[in-house]
Write a protein that binds this ligand. Sequence first.
Ligand SMILES: Cc1cc2nc3c(=O)[nH]c(=O)nc-3n(C[C@H](O)[C@H](O)[C@H](O)COP(=O)(O)OP(=O)(O)OC[C@H]3O[C@@H](n4cnc5c(N)ncnc54)[C@H](O)[C@@H]3O)c2cc1C
Length: 288
Amino acid sequence: MRERFGAGVTRRMLQPTVNGLFFQDVAGGSAVLPGSLVAFSARGPKAFTLRGGLGSLTSALAATLDVEYDVQVERVERPGSRGGAVTLTTSRGVRNAGAVVITTPAGPSTAMLADPTPDEAAVLRTSYSSVVLVGLALEERLAAGELGGAYGVLVSPESSSPLAALAVHSRADPAAGGEVITVMFGHDAAQRLMSADDETVRAAAVEALAPVLPGLPGRVTDSHIARWPEALPYLHVGLAAAVRRYRERLPVGSAVLLAGDHLGLPWSDAAAFNGRWAADRLIADRAS
Ligand SMILES: Cc1cc2nc3c(=O)[nH]c(=O)nc-3n(C[C@H](O)[C@H](O)[C@H](O)COP(=O)(O)OP(=O)(O)OC[C@H]3O[C@@H](n4cnc5c(N)ncnc54)[C@H](O)[C@@H]3O)c2cc1C
């Protein structure tokens, strides 16, 4: 990484960005990730959010579909012959389907796929960063000068702070009443806190914020904690070639396809792109 971008840019810009947005060590993945971030930043992006939360996007997409929730898929078995049904063993019994697109993270996908081919195994060899998020609700918004008026703060992995990043809700949505500060622990702290109780995690978040927001404990009115052991997939060197090989050599008429963000860059555009690829591939196979 240092060879490609130089030591100064890597240390001052890329490390805090990759740590703060992806909870990852910049040296652990391909230079394509920081390269894409630099290209994205050059366009002067602005922070936006969806009122009601980002979950409202997936709820809207699912609203016109027949969706079964709270079902854990345990096993996916391909049909014995072309045109047969895929068999899914789930926490609510067996389901059959004409085709299945698996979009779970690499760990569960590997566990459920009964007989992975070498090409599938190659794209599922992905490791993840972990994160613990704490949303701290305040009655009043942060004052204009607090945190320098910024929407977000990226923390250098060289600092002694356990945090990777902070985000200030009212600065993404000026119409918001009150305030929510999202406190994001870095990978190592997240692993330590993953099984800690909520009170311990909340206290750790408030303590970690104290140096930059003095007086915070008395202002917090509520909190919400989210834990992601498999938060964001690493983009390993060689993944793009493995994905290309998988797609090029996938037999026509395959009834099980792999998608999800881990077959590309670790953000929702990649998840949408890969899902679209799988849908297009199924449609094309059916037409042939
Ligand atoms: C803290 C955080 C902040 C982020 N912020 C942004 C952002 O601002 N912008 C952006 O573009 N991206 C962001 N991302 C990344 C984005 O969330 C992911 O890239 C995207 O959600 C990946 O979509 P996906 O469909 O591949 O997988 P996921 O959204 O991870 O969906 C996988 C689903 O599979 C389900 N599942 C797992 N195992 C099983 C099983 N055995 N049976 C049935 N279901 C199972 C899970 O419950 C989950 O619903 C963020 C990620 C994190 C962790």
